[in-house]
Design a protein around this ligand. Structure first.
Ligand code: TXA
Ligand code: MG
Length: 307
């Protein structure tokens, strides 16, 4: 099994030697490698079982670093969002700078950049000094990990070191905003909401129909059990009763009452339903506003027909 540490300097040394580190962030755990090391990044794709056409996000310690060759140019809309939202759960697609290898972007001209807000990630990134490419630290198509134990269960021996930063406080992946178009467009909803972005920039577009973010498949974030979604509490409770009367193992998930705690516990609920060999998760959906938009997105993907 991979070793676990709370020492960000040790994690930075593993990255510098071309190793893979599971890093905590405020959203979910990432599977991190030196973005400029082609072999290390290739191992990330191999460990995840992810097609190399699905690009990785590059994580930086500070917003100033975008000018160190990671973005060229850094659009003014992105600079405005960075001022308020970084460090934080926001990834921006911008024109890639000269330090971004095609092994990170799958040859695209854009790169996703993010400055995460987690003290251990910040310390590791600052000590490392460069850009760190990281997807979520789960196998391709599975639920993202929000604790070090989730990473260990998913990736076990395939990662060199796990930097244990506790439970991820946000619990869903970052908001992805395409800053190469005007108005900017939200490609994946997250804790930075379209309402906040519109307030900062005056305008924002949200994706309707299939997303242009590579790898935004319809079925994603999926547990093994069935997920049933309800907009009305009465309907959800009735369904839960039906399932339990027919002695099916059903898990109840109220995602409508407290959005912050629903986002934080979402992936733990889906994982523990699988661990208990539950047949069904019965979920009560929040309205598609604020953080509710991201929670609905992930639950809809968890409920979608599997390939
Ligand atoms: O919260 C997060 O964003 C976490 C933590 C670790 O930072 N990371 C994460 O990475 O969720 P990942 O790889 O699981 O999801 C990023 C998504 C993928 O669907 C990827 O294909 C897309 O963003 N993406 C990344 N760079 C892109 C680009 N240049 N153009 C289009 N899509 C891109
Ligand atoms: Mg992912």
């Amino acid at each position: 099994m991979a070793e676990t540490t709370t020492d960000p300097l040790r994690a930075a040394a593993v990255l510098a030697n071309g190793g893979l580190v599971a890093m905590p962030t405020e959203t979910v755990y990432g599977l991190a490698a030196d973005a400029e090391n082609e072999g290390a990044v290739a191992r990330v794709f191999a460990v995840k079982g992810r097609p190399t056409s699905h690009p990785l996000i590059v994580h930086l310690a500070t917003a100033e670093q975008v000018h160190d060759g990671w973005a060229d140019p850094f659009p003014t809309t992105a600079a405005t969002l960075a001022d308020t939202c970084w460090p934080g759960p926001l990834t921006m697609l911008v024109p890639a700078g000269p330090r971004v290898g095609p092994w990170v972007t799958g040859g695209r001209p854009t790169v996703g950049l993010r400055v995460p807000a987690h003290p251990l990630a910040t310390a590791m990134l600052a000590a490392f000094g460069g850009g760190v490419a990281a997807p979520s630290a789960n196998r391709f198509g599975r639920v993202s990990p929000t604790t070090a134990a989730h990473v260990l269960a998913d990736l076990g021996d395939d990662v060199d070191l796990i930097l244990d930063g506790g439970k991820c406080p946000v619990g869903v992946e970052s908001t992805i905003v395409d800053c190469t178009v005007n108005p900017v467009q939200v490609l994946r909803p997250g804790a930075i909401t379209p309402e906040q972005i519109a307030a900062l920039l005056g305008q924002v577009a949200t994706a309707s129909g299939p997303s242009r973010a590579a790898g935004m498949l319809t079925s994603h974030y999926a547990p093994r059990c069935t997920v049933e979604l309800f907009d009305h509490r009465g309907d959800a409770e009735r369904r839960l009763g039906e399932l339990r009367t027919s002695s099916r193992e059903a898990v109840w998930f109220d995602a409508a009452s407290d959005l912050t705690s629903a986002a934080r516990s979402l992936y733990t609920v889906l994982r523990s339903a699988d661990e208990r060999h539950a047949d069904t998760v019965v979920a009560l959906l929040p309205p598609a506003e604020g953080l509710g938009y991201a929670i609905r997105d992930r639950l809809t993907k968890a409920a979608a027909p599997r390939p």
